[in-house]
Design a protein around this ligand. Structure first.
Ligand code: HEC
Ligand code: HEC
Ligand code: HEC
Ligand code: HEC
Ligand code: HEC
Ligand code: HEC
Ligand code: HEC
Length: 332
């Protein structure tokens, strides 16, 4: 994706001039507006939901095009944009009637319209990603490729690591685990001119990782495929290639786990505010070998070490005594 410079400039100028009506923003939405928006959206769910598709408000509507849509108030409402009127992103005027006017399609706004500052920060990382380097992939890759604006929930609101992993990995696996989807984006293969490059199997690529499938459940692709991140900084949007990706087990499986600044970032922050340390975040979510310091386990291990040492000493002592005795017997 390319968002041209002049659009930033216009967005920033509008914000700078304090022109809230023209420059949309991601400022929190108040409760009355939320209720009003949700009421307005009911008109859309009359068709855009499982119930609507099963029983359209008018006869003779071809609902087959909506089959793949995952729109549903129970999914949309808790999402990042669930407080908004659908028409803040989809043309204000063209979706009030059905059939929708053709012009509506071209009026859907991009992320920059409301998140200019964040896009400004992300764009250089996004453009340095593996996906922006391959001809044929680059042109098709946009923010929507990974972000479903009707469903996604930002990490700090999701909290539960299992849900964060499921959501964020879904974005990557949608292509990297589906040959059909991968082919829609893949470039031509070097050895197969005219044909799409085949999708490498995700588990085979990572066969150096023990139980890769278990890792996909507990850790995100971006944990290893984005550059190191400072605490309190947003994760980078630069997806790294295979040479630069993280392969060291100890980056996660150690007391100083990188996951504290990544997957567990917001939980760690909460816990540090409460207790001043972060051990239990790692313990309560999963026993990550090496990353957690468990006092009882530690005591058991220390006890075992002492017992082994004592055993060795005792053994040695008995042998010395026995040999002395033997010598004494021989000399007699
Ligand atoms: C028409 C304006 C608009 C557009 C376009 C838009 N957003 Fe938003 N976005 C918002 C608003 C408003 C909120 C905050 C809602 C609230 O009060 O919680 C938000 C919240 C978010 C959040 C949660 C942020 C946080 O810190 O809570 C993320 C992430 C996000 N948007 C990503 C995107 C992405 C990615 C796109 C493009 C695919 C996009 N948005 C397009 C208006 C917009
Ligand atoms: C009477 C049924 C119905 C209602 C009500 C309805 N839609 Fe649709 N909508 C459809 C169908 C069917 C499609 C599939 C494409 C088509 O047939 O035009 C669609 C397609 C869309 C699309 C995809 C782009 C496009 O233009 O084809 C968007 C966006 C959309 N609707 C938004 C909305 C919004 C926002 C509302 C509420 C303000 C709404 N729709 C209300 C039936 C409806
Ligand atoms: C934050 C902006 C935003 C909001 C709010 C939003 N949409 Fe969308 N919607 C988009 C974008 C962007 C696309 C195009 C995605 C793409 O090109 O892949 C889209 C695509 C669609 C489509 C066509 C693809 C599909 O998923 O079926 C429909 C239908 C649709 N939206 C309906 C709605 C309805 C109904 C609502 C409110 C309940 C809504 N949208 C709220 C941004 C938004
Ligand atoms: C390759 C997939 C991918 C693409 C493409 C992508 N993102 Fe993201 N984005 C993610 C993932 C995964 C996260 C969650 C990581 C995190 O919590 O920071 C995320 C997080 C975000 C956040 C939330 C950060 C926060 O903590 O507040 C914003 C905002 C965002 N992306 C905007 C964008 C915009 C704008 C674009 C287009 C320029 C874009 N993204 C393109 C995968 C992607
Ligand atoms: C829409 C489909 C799609 C999505 C979503 C997607 N990718 Fe890709 N990815 C591709 C394609 C196509 C290529 C290019 C393949 C090639 O040229 O070898 C690629 C290339 C890559 C490569 C480079 C492989 C190499 O040769 O070094 C990595 C790493 C990668 N993706 C990781 C990710 C991660 C991590 C995510 C999620 C944050 C993600 N991808 C999301 C389609 C996708
Ligand atoms: C534990 C760290 C880690 C995780 C988690 C991880 N990767 Fe990787 N990935 C790597 C490393 C390291 C390589 C390079 C492997 C090599 O050179 O043998 C790699 C290679 C790749 C490649 C390049 C394939 C090629 O040879 O062209 C793709 C694509 C990829 N990963 C996608 C993903 C996706 C999608 C996910 C999430 C499901 C993911 N990775 C999760 C570390 C990781
Ligand atoms: C990006 C962080 C990360 C990296 C890098 C990483 N791991 Fe893991 N690993 C995890 C997490 C998180 C778990 C899940 C703990 C749980 O829920 O049981 C895990 C689980 C495991 C498990 C238990 C799997 C099972 O069967 O349940 C083993 C064994 C393991 N890792 C070994 C390794 C080895 C060896 C490497 C290096 C080649 C490695 N890991 C690299 C994060 C990582």
């Amino acid at each position: 994706m390319r968002v041209s410079g002049y659009r930033y400039l216009i967005a920033l100028l509008l914000i700078g001039w304090g022109c809230p009506a023209l420059a949309a923003s991601d400022a929190p939405v108040d409760q009355t507006t939320i209720e009003m928006n949700r009421k307005a959206n009911e008109a859309c769910y009359a068709c855009h939901s499982a119930a609507g598709i099963a029983k359209p408000p008018k006869a003779d509507i071809d609902m087959s095009k909506l089959k793949d849509s995952r729109l549903e108030p129970t999914i949309y409402n808790p999402s990042d944009h669930g407080v908004m009127d659908c028409r803040e992103c989809h043309s204000k005027t063209h979706y009030t009637d059905y059939p929708h006017a053709e012009a509506g399609k071209s009026e859907t706004v991009g992320c920059t319209a409301c998140h200019a500052a964040k896009v400004l920060r992300l764009e250089p990382q996004f453009n340095a990603s593996v996906h922006a380097k391959v001809q044929g992939v680059k042109e098709k890759f946009t923010c929507f490729t990974c972000h479903n604006p009707h469903i996604n929930i930002v990490q700090k609101r999701l909290q539960d690591p299992a849900k964060i992993v499921a959501q964020d990995n879904h974005g990557c696996l949608e292509c990297h685990n589906s040959s059909e989807m991968f082919a829609k984006f893949a470039p031509e293969g070097e050895k197969t001119p005219g044909l799409k490059k085949l999708r490498p199997d995700i588990d085979t690529i990572h066969d150096w990782l023990p139980n890769a499938k278990a890792h996909w459940q507990s850790v995100r692709c971006i944990e290893c495929h984005t550059p190191e991140v400072a605490e309190n900084k947003m994760l980078s949007h630069e997806i790294l290639d295979k040479e630069k990706s993280e392969k060291k087990c100890l980056s996660c499986h150690s007391a100083n786990s990188t996951l504290k600044a990544r997957l567990y970032r917001h939980m760690v922050k909460d816990e540090q505010q409460k207790y001043g340390f972060t051990n239990s975040v790692l313990l309560s979510n999963s026993y990550i070998i090496g990353a957690t310091r468990h006092p009882l386990l530690d005591s058991i291990i220390i006890a075992l070490v002492i017992a082994t040492l004592l055993g060795v000493l005792l053994h040695g002592a008995i042998r010395i005594v026995m040999s002395l005795r033997r010598k004494k017997e021989e000399s007699q």
